[in-house]
Design a binder for this molecule. Structure first.
Ligand SMILES: [Zn+2]
Length: 96
């Protein structure tokens, strides 16, 4: 799959975190379970990529909002929809 270069600075060394990985890593990042290298790569990407930074911020707000409520106040399907919404904002179809 081709990386959306217009959302990310190109010319970075290989091994960096790409946008699609950010979606997968963000939960571990907020949980503090990323290993130090992943965490550093993640933060480097976030600092560089406004799109992912916004995604992280939305996600963090969502999570902290979720923690203020009791678990039973948020039906799982709502959480799923929210996550899908956030993912779709990041993963625009090609030809956008
Ligand atoms: Zn990105």
């Amino acid at each position: 799959m081709k990386i959306e270069a217009r959302f990310c600075h190109s010319g970075r060394p290989p091994g960096m975190v790409y946008c699609q990985h950010v979606v997968n890593l963000v939960l571990s990042y907020l949980d503090g379970t990323l290993d130090p290298n992943e965490r550093r790569a993640f933060e480097t990407h976030i600092a560089d990529c406004r799109n992912c930074w916004r995604f992280l911020r939305s996600y963090r707000e969502t999570v902290s909002l979720g923690r203020q409520l009791r678990d039973e106040d948020i039906p799982p399907d709502v959480r799923d929809r929210l996550e899908t919404f956030l993912r779709n904002r990041l993963h625009r179809p090609s030809g956008y």
